[in-house]
Design a protein. Sequence first.
Length: 99
Amino acid sequence: MSAGGAFGGNRGLRPVPPEKGVFPLDHMHLCDVEKKEYLNCLKSAGHKSEQCRHLSRKYLECRMEKNLMAKQDMSELGFGKNFDAETKLEEKVEGTIEK
């Protein structure tokens, strides 16, 4: 007989939260506006996240400001120096297309 619990889980071991993740949850909905903007962008972009990176950054910055995640340099989260230049170029292209 195996030593695992129901559904293959280990009994007696305490779960460990991820080092980086979504903890704590936004129970007070402090960053709902940013989250909804990002999710709407994903939906309209066919779930291509690279087109919504600027909103992803905005959401993460909100979470850091509201102490919903540890404050980190954005370059550690995949938003390097090139990100700002790419964002400005994308905004310029989008503005041209909308006109």
